[in-house]
Design a protein around this ligand. Structure first.
Ligand SMILES: [Zn+2]
Length: 117
C-alpha cells in the first residue's frame, strides 16, 4: 500500500469545514489544501500538524517549525466523509500527493515516483 493510499481519507477536522493554520481562511469541500503531518517512531498513524490554504501553502519543509518524528508535506483536496450515524461528518484529505518527507525511505520513494511520471 502506498503512502498516498494511507493518507487518503485522513481526518483533517470535524464537520464540513476547516481553517487555514496561517490565515484562518475557511476551507471546505473540494478546496485545495497542503497539510503538514508528523509520525512518531513506533506509531503507524500520521498526525495533522497544520493545514494550509493554497496561498499559504509551504513548498518545502525547510523553514517550518520542527516536530518530533517523521515529517511529511502533502497536497490534496478536502473531501467530506459521512458516518452512517447522522450529524457525523468529517473533513478529510482526498487525492493526496506527497511533496516532501523527512524520512529517507520516502524520499527515495518520491524520487522513484517522479521517474515513473
Ligand atoms: Zn491561508
Amino acid at each position: 500500500m502506498s503512502l498516498e493510499h494511507v493518507l487518503c481519507g485522513l481526518r483533517i477536522d470535524t464537520g464540513t469545514t476547516t481553517v487555514c493554520t496561517d490565515c484562518d481562511r475557511e476551507l471546505t469541500e473540494c478546496d485545495p489544501v497542503t497539510v503538514r503531518l508528523h509520525q512518531n517512531r513506533q506509531d503507524a498513524q500520521w498526525h495533522l500538524a497544520a493545514c494550509y490554504c493554497l496561498s499559504c501553502a509551504p513548498t518545502s519543509l525547510e523553514g517550518l517549525p520542527p516536530t518530533l518524528g517523521t515529517q511529511l508535506l502533502c497536497e490534496g483536496r478536502i473531501g467530506i466523509t459521512q458516518d452512517c450515524r447522522p450529524q457525523q461528518t468529517w473533513a478529510v484529505l482526498v487525492s493526496p500527493t506527497i511533496i516532501e518527507t523527512s524520512r529517507r525511505t520516502h524520499v527515495t520513494y518520491h524520487a522513484t515516483q517522479e521517474v515513473l511520471e
